[in-house]
Design a protein around this ligand. Structure first.
Ligand code: HT7
Ligand code: ZN
Length: 859
């Protein structure tokens, strides 16, 4: 497949101001008539031919200005149509089979309904069209089909007409007044019911809201609707953005490649991010739903009203929208805990991506398959880059920048450069050097050395941006670092300051410190960098117990544990070093467990130990077996030392009745965290405690937490509760996904065998991405099983990729990256991982998606 380069962008030679789509709906055969009004684009090179993208389509007929023509040709999947004049009407008829569409891109069947997914290049699987984000059109959609099978007919915008046809058929016509690119088109037809509500916008317009689901799911739509209303209000208050149609529809679909899709006025969601009640959804599920509903809603401005010129600009909408959803969730759920969680995700997913073979800048220079670039770098690092602009400008000036961006580019297909310029002009920033964050990949390493002499503390900061594929040498980038210097006697500091590290090195002197202060740096994670510093252990214990920045406090705790475990799993520790390291961790953790000033949600964050992937990331060459053993052994030791405190927490938290308020959610969080630490120290006694938690549970958070712990060790209690869980929830696919995941990510020594057996389970299917991810993403994220020294875990993932690739190549390609970490593994595992990548590469007929990821991972 050809390499597509950002620098090759050219405007499309034709404008398509209007399109009328006519669908004759059927699960096995849907006929599509597309009528395009086209006119020459005065701002582009002229062409006598129009290229209409297609993927797997054959035209049944092509007409120009009402006359059938046959002078068209095919170029790959695209239709090349000669057009001699300045403006024409082009009408094309195609027929597609939604039931055969297992890729879930374009128009496909899910559970008896029809739905679409067009981003990034799915529209070309429905009809021939210039399927690129800079061609904006007004859509008019008519659809007709059997009423009994498809009682509900939805598309973008407003319904303008409907009626009954012959023989039990009916039809509806929709019109979207806002010009949009084809990737935002959507159609849904099926047997659905809605939870309906309304929202009055800041200018007093009434918007009808619907969440469409299958009838049995209706009771679990309340949280989604509340989340939608909160998002609409928040976007008005914080970003000044008002909704712009009279109707907003959300539809939940069981088969979906990603989380959700922001189609104009008709968001399509994975059921996972809509359906929730306390019995079937965890607190984490509730939060994720609120966040994803907000994310898709916010795209109405950051994505739809202002869209992307080309797919290299993807972070323009995704990075900005992730930042907006993160700020929203911070306001809804509490700033500190949300920030810690977001940084945890960034470090465990994006940092490894940025240091591996798939590293790319947030605005890539080239790709072969765009769906491979929906990455943590584009989304999460993209959000961090815009967050840094906000930190440098301050919230009020940042808002002026975003206002200017929306004002300047409303109705346009814009670029990342347009965003940066609006920020410079609106927020008053000079971002000349800051632009490097858009073009350079790799996580900067910042070293911080604090020295002290007389009354002066001197901080020396140095940065280095590591080489990444295609970018061997890097320039230093502006890094905004929030910091504070603590007086170790009083435990206070003189105020937080923002220091800009804008070159390779910077030295700053702080006067008036009779004693060496304690440095708290990168507070609230003001820059997405990795800080390298040598700090005395007692300073970390001090910060873990006393830092007034909650993020920095959790950071100190993490640093303490990371430092200890990386040394233990790396060069090794002698007995003295081990016991000193452990004692410091115990001291810090004890302070956290008993601190009455902490609420439990925050206490829970501080109790989470760094994950094994992140630990591996801190080592030049990692041995996952040793990392796992050291981490488990630390957990067991802590459980032995702090057993009484942990059991007290479990007992206290167990007496808090279920509710969705902060205190009750915090209680549930620390309850299961205490249980999983205790399990490492005393499996037998903890199995009873976990079984008790399972049996007493009146909500999914407690039940899943208990089962997660039980799933880790062989016992009758484990088998009984797994059977019980399956029987209780066998009719609910989202909960059965949890059942698959719990076993695939368990600490059980036979986890590999369990996954093999689950692959054969009657409820397993490769056709449903949620089920595939539930089993295999959970497995690939379970280090002790995936990295089994025999290589069996790698083989299982490779086998699955090969089997899934012809069915759903986008989903298959997403499993390549866990194997791509081979260069950073010890030699035995590295060879096994590479061998599996080579086996995949040697397969014939591999999809473009998987081929690109495997080639980059081997390269
Ligand atoms: N903008 C949406 C991206 C998306 C997608 C991309 C490729 C294949 C399937 C997809 N489904 C949704 C989601 C979002 O970021 O809001
Ligand atoms: Zn998005």
């Amino acid at each position: 497949p050809p390499l597509i380069r950002r620098e090759d962008y050219r405007p499309f030679p034709w404008l398509v101001p209007e399109i009328a789509l006519d669908f004759d709906l059927g699960l096995e055969a849907t006929k599509v008539t597309a009528t395009l009004t086209v006119a020459r684009n005065a701002r582009a090179d002229t062409s006598q031919v129009i290229r209409l993208n297609g993927d797997g389509l054959q035209p049944l007929s092509v007409a120009v200005d009402g006359e059938l023509v046959n002078d068209w040709t095919m170029d790959g999947g695209d239709l090349m149509l000669p057009l001699p004049g300045e403006a024409h009407e082009v009408a094309i008829v195609t027929e597609i089979d939604p039931s055969a569409n297992s890729q879930l891109m374009g128009l496909y069947a899910s559970n008896g309904m029809l739905c679409t997914q067009c981003e990034a290049e799915g529209f070309r699987r429905i009809t021939f069209f210039p399927d690129r984000p800079d061609v904006l059109s007004i859509y008019r959609v008519r659809m007709e089909g059997p009423k009994a099978q498809f009682p509900i007919l939805l598309s973008n915008g407003n319904k303008i007409a409907e009626g009954e046809g012959e023989g039990g058929r009916h039809w509806a016509e929709w019109h979207d007044p806002w010009p949009k690119p084809s990737y935002l088109f959507a159609l849904v037809a099926g047997d659905l019911v809605a939870r309906s509500d309304s929202f009055t916008t800041m200018s007093g317009r009434e918007v009808a809201l619907n969440v469409w689901v299958r009838a049995e799911d209706l009771p679990r739509t309340g949280h989604a609707m509340e989340s939608l209303k909160k998002s609409m209000k928040w976007d008005e208050e914080v970003f000044g953005r008002e909704y712009d149609l009279d109707l907003f529809n959300i539809v939940a679909v069981g088969d979906f490649n990603m989380g959700a899709m922001e189609n104009k006025g008709l968001n399509v969601f994975n059921t996972k991010y809509v359906l929730a009640d306390p019995e079937t959804a965890t607190d984490g599920d509730f939060d994720a739903i609120e966040g994803v509903i907000a994310h898709e809603y916010f795209h109405n401005w950051s994505g739809n009203r202002v869209t992307c010129r080309d797919w290299f600009q993807l972070s323009l909408k995704e990075g900005f929208t992730v930042l907006r959803d993160q700020l929203f969730s911070q306001d809804m759920q509490g700033e500190a805990v949300k920030r810690i969680e977001d940084v945890r995700v960034l470090r465990s997913v994006q940092f490894p991506e940025d240091s591996g073979p798939l590293a790319h800048p947030i605005r890539p220079d080239s790709f072969r398959e765009i769906s491979n670039f929906y990455t943590a770098t584009i989304y999460n690092k993209g959000a961090e880059v815009i967050r840094m602009m906000r930190t440098m400008a301050g919230p009020a000036a940042f808002r002026q920048g975003t206002d200017l961006y929306f004002e300047r580019h409303d109705g346009e297909a814009a670029t990342c450069e347009d965003f940066v310029r609006a920020m410079e002009d609106g927020a008053g920033l000079d971002l000349t050097k800051f632009r490097l964050w858009y073009s350079q990949a790799g996580t900067p390493k910042v070293s911080a050395d604090l020295s002290h002499e007389g009354e002066v503390a001197t901080l020396t900061l140095r940065q280095q941006v590591p080489p990444t594929p295609g970018q061997p040498a890097k320039h230093p980038m502006p890094v905004p670092l929030k910091l504070a210097l603590f007086d170790r006697e009083t435990g206070t500091h003189r105020g937080e300051q923002l220091v800009m590290l804008d070159g390779a090195e910077k030295t700053i002197a702080f006067e008036g410190f009779a004693q060496p202060p304690v440095l708290s740096i990168n507070r609230s994670f003001s820059a997405p960098v990795s800080i390298e510093r040598h700090v005395p252990r007692e300073d970390l214990v001090f910060l873990a117990a006393r830092d007034d920045d909650a993020f920095a406090r959790s950071e100190a705790m993490q640093e303490l544990v990371v430092g200890h475990l990386v040394a233990a799993a790396g060069e090794g520790l002698d007995e003295n070093e081990r016991s000193e390291g452990r004692a410091a961790i115990r001291e810090a953790l004890t302070a956290i467990l008993v601190d009455p000033g902490l609420d439990d949600l925050m206490r829970g964050e501080l109790m989470v130990l760094p994950g094994e992937t992140y630990l591996a990331e801190q080592m030049l060459i990692a041995d996952p077996g040793r990392i796992h053993a050291e981490r488990e052994s630390l957990k067991a030791w802590l459980a032995g030392e702090l057993g009484r405190e942990l059991r007290d927490i479990h007992a206290r938290a167990s007496s808090v009745p279920y509710s969705l308020d902060r205190a009750a959610r915090g209680a549930r969080k620390v309850k299961t965290l205490a249980l999983s630490l205790l399990a490492a120290g005393d499996p037998e006694r903890t199995a009873d405690l976990a079984a008790g938690q399972y049996d007493a549970a009146d909500n999914m958070t407690d039940r899943q937490g208990a089962l997660m712990v039980l799933a880790g060790f062989p016992s009758a209690a484990r088998t009984d509760r797994l059977i019980d869980f399956y029987r209780r929830y066998r009719e609910n696919p989202l909960v059965i996904d949890k059942w698959f995941s719990l076993q695939a990510m368990s600490l059980h020594p036979d986890a590999i065998e369990h996954v093999k057996a689950l692959r054969q389970h009657e409820d397993f299917t490769l056709r449903n991405p949620n089920r595939v991810r539930a089993l295999y993403m959970a497995f690939a994220g379970n280090p002790h099983a995936f990295h089994a020294a025999s290589g069996e875990g790698y083989r299982m993932i490779a086998d699955m990729i090969l089997e899934l690739d012809p069915i759903n190549s986008q989903t298959a390609a997403r499993f390549v990256s866990p194997l791509g970490r081979w260069r950073r593994m010890e030699p035995g595992r590295a060879a096994l991982m590479r061998g599996e990548l080579e086996r995949i590469a040697a397969a014939t007929g591999l999809s473009r998606d998987t081929r690109e990821q495997v080639t980059r991972s081997l390269g």
